[in-house]
Design a protein around this ligand. Structure first.
Ligand code: NAD
Ligand code: IMJ
Length: 260
């Protein structure tokens, strides 16, 4: 039997065919899940509708995670189609661009810090809280978010996003503690660098990708399909005793000390 037969998944964060969320949505669909997608704004609506059609779903809902009303409306809308929700995927991050270059203390501002934390960490909490009532009707529900190694190591240019990812990872543990008694699991994948929209235009991205290729145990970079497969597993009943975890999908890069 497919991994996610009979499960219903809401995927937040598809913006292009390179999005990690797109890799996850495709893997989940392949494993038998029904999928609903959100789009951040009108500019992305048509594109996301096309992706939804490829997944044989007509359920697309607007959701700018900066807006509490839009977050609540997502589940009002979903409620019209589904009587329960099994999977929530959060694949969203944002900090103002100027925060992501130069030395950390020189570039970080109060406003940049707050925005990075609001969009990249708090939004997972807010979505989870709004999803909770529909997830109570599930037999085995789970939530998944995306992190990066910059949460636990200081990396050039990642700056305040690293601090926000550290918050997101702590959020995973606190949310897992909150939701565990309702049999809702919460996990994160810490993915290796991938050339997506969120990574394009980032100074030094090429060097990050080269480093992984040179030093990671598997000597290559990770793909969105590989992240998708682990996402499908973590949200499946095969992972029914896994919660509060950060799982690295990075070709082993985080495990090495020195590579020669
Ligand atoms: P992406 O640009 O395809 O996805 C980012 C998504 O965030 C987009 O769909 C965008 O619409 C959404 N978003 C931003 N602000 C939003 C808002 N206010 N409301 C709703 N949606 C909003 O890039 P991606 O690399 O697939 O990023 C997805 C996640 O993966 C992010 O959390 C990112 O930090 C994480 N990640 C990326 C990499 C990488 O190298 N690409 C590595 C590890 C983790
Ligand atoms: C982002 C910044 C600096 C270095 C980076 C990245 N490296 C990688 C990323 C090495 C892999 C991508 N990443 C892991 C992210 O989480 C990206 C988040 C992000 C990207 C942008 C670009 C456009 C913008 N704001 C952003 N906010 C968050 O205006």
């Amino acid at each position: 039997m497919a991994l996610l037969e009979g499960k219903r998944a809401l995927v937040v964060g598809v913006a292009s065919n390179r999005s990690i969320a797109w890799g996850i949505a495709q893997a989940m669909k392949r494993e038998g899940a029904e999928i609903a997608l959100t789009y951040q704004n009108e500019k992305l609506r048509e594109r996301v509708e096309k992706f939804a059609a490829q997944l044989d779903t007509g359920i697309t809902v607007p959701c700018d995670v900066a807006d509490d009303k839009q977050i609540l409306d997502v589940f009002e809308h979903l409620d019209d189609y589904w009587d329960s929700l099994d999977i929530l995927v959060h694949s969203v991050a944002y900090a103002p661009k100027e925060q992501l270059e130069g030395e950390y203390l020189e570039s970080v501002t109060r406003e940049g810090f707050l925005t990075a934390h609001e969009i990249s960490s708090y939004s997972f909490t807010a979505l989870a809280d709004a999803a909770r009532p529909m997830m109570r009707n599930s037999k085995g529900a789970s939530m998944l978010t995306l992190s990066y190694i910059g949460a636990v190591r200081a990396m050039p240019n990642y700056n305040v996003m690293g601090v926000a990812k550290a918050s997101l990872e702590a959020n995973v543990r606190y949310m897992a503690a909150s939701l565990g008694p309702e049999n809702i699991r919460v996990n994160a994948i810490s993915a290796g660098p991938i050339r997506t929209l969120a990574a394009s235009g980032i100074k030094g991205l090429r060097e990050f990708l080269n480093q992984v290729e040179q030093y990671a145990p598997l000597r290559r970079n990770v793909t969105i399909d590989e992240v998708g497969n682990v996402g499908a597993f973590l949200c499946s009943d095969y992972a029914s005793a896994v919660t509060g975890e950060i799982t690295y999908v990075d070709c082993g890069y985080n495990t090495i000390g020195v590579s020669i």
